[in-house]
Design a protein around this ligand. Structure first.
Ligand code: SF4
Length: 262
């Protein structure tokens, strides 16, 4: 059987009843509600992941996620604080906030982070899944400077180092903003390191534009690269744009991974 997240939390119910449907994934269709399930433990691990939101209101031209996951809806703050409290009591030392588009947490991502740190001053390590460079605000950066228990590694969803490609992707940041963001954080926390997601061979990407991505890795000093050759998703605008050949996508991905190794 294939079960969705909500169903997974009640797995006994499905194990003990005759199989009538092979796929039960309620949360994909339930666009307006948050799937209330509380993760209470990850056996043998120090780090626990806390989902703070689901879905996404953006429409990056390559991405199919919002069509499957629906629009942004946030977990109520009280539930998140309660969940973190439980996890800390159970001995977890690292709490990682995650979400499809975590920075779009409503009413405010930075405010949520501040409230977590105020409520749990002894939280050993607060971490984040992927951060959107366009949505990280000065309030968040100030928190990074103020609270040493914010773990000083930040994974940014950058995707490209070329501004025209970023525009065609419908991302909301520029390469200059990425560099500025990394510098601002590094100024407050010199030990900070950065990781990033990149897509290679996005439709229309020229060699020169790809090289801007290679350059950005140096200019922003990004050390942990997650590299993906572009892969078209039918139904997305990017799938209708002039495509870069699969060989070139792979070759660029290889070069960018090598850059990451360096
Ligand atoms: S790439 Fe991220 S921000 Fe863009 S539409 Fe997909 S989920 Fe939303």
């Amino acid at each position: 059987m294939v079960l969705g997240n909500r169903e997974k939390a009640e797995i006994e119910k499905y194990l003990n009843s005759p199989i009538t449907e092979k796929t039960i994934v309620g949360d994909i269709f339930d666009y307006d509600s948050y799937d209330r399930y509380v993760i209470t433990g990850f056996e043998g691990r120090e780090r626990a992941f806390v989902q703070i939101q689901q879905g996404c209101n953006h429409r990056c031209t390559y991405c199919i996620v919002p069509f499957a996951r629906g629009n942004n809806r946030s977990v109520p703050e009280a539930d998140i604080l309660h969940q973190i409290g439980e996890l800390l009591e159970r001995g977890f030392a690292e709490i990682c906030l995650t979400g499809v588009d975590a920075c779009s947490y409503q009413p405010s991502f930075s405010q949520l982070v501040r409230h977590i740190l105020e409520r749990f001053p002894n939280l050993p390590s607060l971490q984040f899944g992927s951060l959107d460079p366009a949505a990280v605000d000065d309030e968040f950066i100030a928190l990074v400077g103020k609270y040493p228990n914010i773990y000083p590694h930040f994974h940014l969803s950058i995707q490209s180092g070329d501004n025209l490609v970023l525009k065609r992707m419908k991302r909301r940041h520029t390469r200059e903003q990425v560099i500025e963001l990394c510098n601002k954080i590094r100024k407050l926390r010199p030990e900070a390191t950065f990781g990033a997601d990149f897509i290679c061979g996005f439709p229309t990407e020229t060699e020169e534009q790809f090289e801007n991505t290679l350059k950005l890795v140096d200019e922003a000093k990004i050390s942990k690269l997650h590299v993906f050759p572009y892969s078209e998703r039918s139904g997305t605008p990017a799938a209708l744009m002039p495509q870069v050949s699969v060989e070139v996508r792979r070759e660029r991905a290889k070069r960018l991974r090598q850059k990451g190794e360096e």
